[in-house]
Structures are given as structure tokens and as C-alpha cells.
Design a protein around this ligand. Sequence first.
Ligand code: NAD
Length: 229
Amino acid sequence: MAASTRLMSRLALVTGGGSGIGRAVCQRLASEGASVVVADISHESAMETVGRLPGDLRGQGHMAAAVDVSSKESVKKLLTSVQTRFFQPPSVCVNAAGITQDDFLLNMEEEHFDKVLLVNLKGSFLVLQAVAQALVACGAPKGSIVTVGSIVGKVGNIGQANYSASKAGVEGLTRTAAKELSRFGIRCNCVLPGFISTPMTDKVPERVISKWWSSDHNEPKWHLLPESM
Ligand code: NAD
């Protein structure tokens, strides 16, 4: 089957679809024929993403939805509204919603630690669980759930104790989900991107970004210290 029709008749849900990686994922899924639910805490940016998508191959259309992935109630409402509109749960789900609240470990506020864990880790759990429950309940023959971790979850990063802990957690969550859900035909995979220029990384000062990259190997130097945060 040609790449452009690979996802024909698939319904995909992308959290964090209003920006950066999530928006690019929506574009790719739609270009391969999927109908995409673009979910984001910013309904406006989700609508903007939908406005940029090519039509899906079955003419079901795309949908923009507001969701706070850190709220169980909000995630539940999202799944209900998706199933009300499309009469099926999403069989493809990409959890790209995420935040950073960087600071040195010695200064980090408990509140900033909690917030990053709440959105990145608990948010991934809530969405993964809700989609898996919906797929199992309707007896769907197959599903694919993707979470977005980060290379810093493996190697750590100065100024990101909260973020790197959350992303290590996302990887563990996904590995466990994969073991538990394979018997239902649901695949779970965690991708660990390196540095990708998006609105999230736009917050990092240019002089810090330039220090992350090795002129010799074009690889990020994760050990280099941002001078100020
Ligand atoms: P981004 O800031 O461009 O996009 C994140 C999106 O998540 C935004 O649209 C934001 O509104 C949404 N969001 C934030 N909190 C939310 C919530 N509570 N509920 C629903 N949506 C919420 O960032 P990005 O760089 O595209 O990051 C996407 C994912 O990739 C994140 O999980 C991030 O941690 C991960 N990641 C990014 C990089 C990178 O270098 N950009 C590297 C590794 C991993």
C-alpha cells in the first residue's frame, strides 16, 4: 500500500497537537490518510493545526479538542467527545503534550517539580490508560499508542531534574504498558527525541543552545552547563 494511504480509515489522537512535534505528527498522520483529533490545552492552537491539515481519505474530517492531560476528568471528556463524533475510539494515539519548568536542582521549587511530573508523566498515564481502556472495551483488533519521552530521561540534563525524571518515568510507563497490552493487540512505544527546535526550545537562550552542540560530531553536549536559567 502506498505510504499516502497507509492510515486510511484510522482515527488518530494527538495530544499536544497544537504546537511543535505534536503538530508535525498531526500533519504526517493526516498526510497518510488518517482522521486526526488534535487535542491541546490551547483549543485555539489545536484549531490552527486542524486548519493546516490535508483532508483525510475517508472524508470523516479532523477534530480540534481542548484537553488538560493532567486532569482525569478532562481526558475522560475528550475520549467521550471523540467517540460521540467518530463512533469509535482512536486506534492511533500519540502523547506529545509536555512542558518544561527548568531550574537548577538546588533552587527548584517543589511546585515546579510537581507540575512537570503532573503534565508529562501523569498526563501520559491518563491518556494511555483512557485510550487503552476504550480500545479494549470495544474489542478493537489493534491499536498503537506512542508516548514521547526524551533522551534526557536516559542521560539527565543540567537544569532539568523535574523534566528528566518525568521522561524517565514515561519510558518505564510505556515499557510496562507494552507488556500488559500486547495481548489485546495494542502496541506501545516510547520515542526519545534529542534536541528539536520547537516553541518549547525557543525558551532556551541562543547562547545556551549553541553550547549544546558539538562542532566536532554534531551531537548535543548534554553535560554542558547552561550559564543561567
Ligand atoms: P511544544 O511546547 O511546542 O508543544 C507542547 C504542546 O503541549 C503545546 O501545544 C502545549 O500547549 C501542549 N500542552 C502543554 N501542557 C498541556 C496539557 N496539560 N494538556 C494538553 N496539552 C498541553 O513542545 P515540543 O517541543 O513540540 O514538545 C512535544 C513533546 O516532545 C513534549 O512531550 C516534549 O517534552 C517532547 N520532547 C521535545 C524535545 C525538543 O527538543 N523539542 C526533545 C525531547 C522530547
